[in-house]
Write a protein that binds this ligand. Structure first.
Ligand code: PLP
Length: 399
C-alpha cells in the first residue's frame, strides 16, 4: 500500500484552494514593472499608461528626490544596522521627525512625530500601544486592512461603525465604560476616494473623551493648502488627535509617521513593538524624504496639487456612465463601481489592451458584489492621458 507523503497532501490543500480562487476570478497576479514609477511604464514587456500608483504628485521619480537619496546613501551608508533604540536612530531620522511634527504643528498640541518603516507598522503601533484588552475601539467599516489587524492585535473590544450613521456611533461611545476609547478611521477611503467626516468625528471624540486616530495615507501631500494633509484640509486642532501619514504614496519614497502630543509619541517609543523590534529604515530614505517634504510644502507642491485637481475635474466631467457608477470623490482616487468580479476583470483587461493600466479591485479588498475599477490620478499625468482614459471607458460601456 502506498501512502501519500504528508507534504504532498499539504501542498494539495493549497493547490485546491488556489484553483478555487482562480474559478471565482479572485486569483491575483504579480506584474513586473521594468521602468521607474511614472504614468508611462513598461510592464511585462508592454508599454502602458498607468492609473494605479499612489504617486499622486509624481515625486517617486523626481530628480531632486532621487539625488537626495543618493546623497543620503553616500553620507549615511546603505543600511541603519539596528533598531532605533539600539544604534539605528540617525540624525537624518531625527531631522525628518522634527520636520513632520512642524508640518502638523497647527493641528496638534505639543506635537512630536515618530518615523516608521511602513504605514502598516505605524497603524499596528498606534492601536496596540494605545489600546489594550480593556479598551474600546470604534472602527469605520471601510478601514484599511492594517487598521483592522492593529485592532485585532490590540485585543481591545472592537465595534464597527459607518460614517453614514454617526448618531449610532454617538450612542455606542456614550454606552462604553472603557477608560480608553479610540475612534479609528481612514481619512480618504482607499477604495472609494471619499473623505471621512473628521470635524463631526472629532466633536464626538471630544464629547466622549475618546482619541481620534486618523490614517491619512491618501491625504498627506495631497490635501491641505501646503500638503500637510487632512487636518490642514479641515483646519482641525485637538490634543485628542493621533495622526498617521504615509511617505510611500504622495511623498514618493517609503515609510510612515505618527504625529501626536509628545506624551503619546513617548509612549509609542516605549511600547510599540513594531517600532522597537525592527531594524530602522535606512537613513538615506529619511534624507530623501526631507527633499520630498520641501517640494510638497513649497510652491511646486501647490502647483502640483492644482494640476491634480484639474485632472480630477476633467475625468469626472468626461465620464458619462450609464450602467456603472462613478463614486463620489474629490480626491485622486476615482472608483467606478461595476459589481461582478468577472465584468470588472474584463473591463481591466480591455483597458490594458488599449494601453491603459487601471486596477480591477475585487473581494476581499472590497465587499462581495462591489468589484470596481479604481483609477488613481497623478500630477504627473497629462491631460491627453486623462481624455484617452475617459474615452476608452465610455466606449467600453457601449459594448
Ligand atoms: C497604503 C495604506 C497603508 C499602508 O501604508 P504602507 O506605508 O504602504 O505600509 C495604510 N493605510 C492606508 C489607508 C493605506 O492606503
Amino acid at each position: 500500500m502506498q501512502r501519500t507523503p504528508p507534504e504532498f497532501s499539504l501542498l494539495g490543500q493549497l493547490e485546491d484552494q488556489l484553483t478555487s480562487l482562480s474559478d471565482q476570478q479572485l486569483r491575483r497576479q504579480l506584474r513586473e514593472v521594468q521602468t521607474p514609477t511614472a504614468p508611462s511604464m513598461v510592464v511585462d514587456g508592454e508599454s502602458l499608461t498607468a492609473f494605479c500608483s499612489n504617486d499622486y504628485l509624481g515625486l517617486a521619480s523626481d530628480p531632486r528626490v532621487i539625488e537626495a537619496l543618493r546623497e543620503g546613501a553616500l553620507r549615511y551608508g546603505a543600511g541603519s544596522g539596528a533598531s532605533h533604540l539600539i544604534s539605528g536612530h540617525s540624525i537624518a531620522h531625527a531631522a525628518l521627525e522634527a520636520r513632520l511634527a512642524e508640518m502638523q504643528a497647527s493641528h496638534l498640541i505639543n506635537p512630536r512625530a515618530l518615523f516608521f518603516s511602513t504605514g502598516y507598522m505605524a497603524n499596528l503601533a498606534v492601536l496596540t500601544a494605545l489600546a489594550g484588552k480593556d479598551a474600546d475601539i470604534f472602527s469605520e467599516a471601510l478601514n484599511h486592512a492594517s487598521l483592522i489587524d492593529g485592532a485585532r492585535l490590540s485585543r481591545a473590544r472592537v465595534t464597527i461603525y459607518t460614517r453614514d450613521d454617526l448618531p449610532a456611533l454617538d450612542r455606542q461611545l456614550a454606552s462604553s465604560t472603557a477608560t480608553t476609547k479610540l475612534v479609528v478611521t481612514d481619512s480618504v477611503f482607499s477604495m472609494e476616494g471619499a473623505i471621512a467626516p473628521l470635524p463631526e468625528l472629532l466633536a464626538l471624540c471630544e464629547r466622549h473623551q475618546a482619541w481620534l486616530v486618523v490614517d491619512d495615507a491618501h491625504g498627506f501631500g495631497v490635501l491641505g493648502e501646503h500638503g500637510a494633509g487632512v487636518l490642514q484640509h479641515f483646519g482641525l486642532r485637538s490634543p485628542q488627535l493621533v495622526y498617521i501619514g504615509t511617505l510611500g504614496k504622495a511623498a514618493g519614497v517609503a515609510g510612515a509617521f505618527v504625529a501626536a502630543h509628545a506624551t503619546v509619541i513617548e509612549w509609542l517609543v516605549q511600547r510599540a513593538r513594531t517600532y522597537i523590534y525592527t531594524t530602522a529604515t535606512p537613513p538615506a530614505i529619511a534624507h530623501a524624504l526631507l527633499t520630498s517634504l520641501d517640494i510638497i510644502s513649497g510652491s511646486d507642491g501647490i502647483a502640483r496639487r492644482q494640476k491634480l485637481q484639474a485632472h480630477i475635474e476633467q475625468l469626472r466631467s468626461a465620464l458619462r456612465l450609464r450602467q456603472w457608477r462613478l463614486l463620489v470623490s474629490e480626491t485622486p482616487i476615482q472608483a467606478i463601481l461595476i459589481g461582478a468580479n468577472q465584468a470588472s476583470v474584463q473591463a481591466g483587461e480591455s483597458l490594458r489592451a488599449q494601453g491603459l493600466w487601471v486596477a480591477a479591485i475585487r473581494p476581499p479588498t472590497v465587499p462581495k458584489d462591489t468589484a470596481r475599477l479604481r483609477i488613481t490620478l497623478s500630477a504627473a499625468h497629462e491631460s491627453e492621458q486623462i481624455a484617452h482614459l475617459a474615452n476608452a471607458i465610455g466606449d467600453m460601456e457601449e459594448l
